[in-house]
Design a binder for this molecule. Structure first.
Ligand code: BEZ
Length: 220
């Protein structure tokens, strides 16, 4: 008989713009609470399982971008439904085989409490492993972006850095960022909500407007 694994019941999953659900968890750095990250940006990511190849490449990738993330006041927190001893053995194995020391904490979510609260498990894909989810939270612990990848596909670290750079640029300058935007590129100035404003911005020399709804500017 196959064992039935039940996920904790969750009333509602985090959405972009909502406050992230609070949690306390056992990690490779001891017990941590979401609250501990208040004041920093946080990338909470889940991986399906320790000692698996795609996840190993992702851990090395996340560690490689960790110094850049920290320069952007952004912390990294991993999670899988494995024990803390498994996590410790795996990060030691990564250091032995690849020479990469994993410096960020990893949640051992055997109860699936955190994975359940964040909707990291896709039962149709696997009911015992977390999918490759990424939750970006701002210093007020509001969910600002969510990414989901399937078990078979490793995530793109440049995109995670780009996403945080874009979110921080939006917050600092009140602008939006176009497709494939990277730091230094022109940004989008949100459209005016009035007819008068729309006419005015067409004459604004600091903007480059293709049309009233499409104006860009350089960030100094
Ligand atoms: C991997 O990380 O290689 C992996 C993990 C779970 C399912 C498929 C691949």
């Amino acid at each position: 008989m196959t064992e039935q694994i039940t996920q904790p019941e969750v009333k509602s999953l985090p959405r972009i713009g909502s406050k992230a659900p609070q949690f306390e968890a056992v990690t490779t750095h001891g017990k941590l609470k979401l609250e501990d990250y208040k004041g920093s940006w946080l990338v909470l990511f889940s991986h399906p399982a320790d000692f698996t190849p795609v996840c190993t490449t992702e851990f090395i990738g996340f560690q490689n971008i960790y110094p850049q993330l920290r320069e952007m006041n952004t912390e990294l927190l991993g999670l899988s439904i494995d024990s803390v001893h498994s996590h410790i053995a795996w990060v030691r194995n990564i250091e032995q085989n690849w020479g990469v020391k994993i410096e960020f904490p990893v949640i051992a979510d055997l109860s699936m409490d955190v994975a359940g609260k964040f909707g990291m498990i896709m039962p149709e894909e696997s009911s015992t492993e977390a999918s490759r989810a990424v939750f970006v939270m701002d210093p007020e612990q509001v969910v600002r972006a969510i990414i989901y990848y399937p078990l078979s596909t490793g995530r793109n670290m440049d995109e995670i850095l780009r996403l945080i750079t874009a979110l921080q640029t939006t917050d600092e300058h009140g602008v939006a960022t176009p497709a494939d935007w990277k730091k230094g590129d022109r940004v989008i100035v949100p459209p005016s909500a009035t007819q008068e404003g729309a006419a005015e911005r067409m004459n604004d020399e600091s903007l480059e407007c293709k049309d009233f709804y499409f104006c860009t500017k350089e960030l100094k």
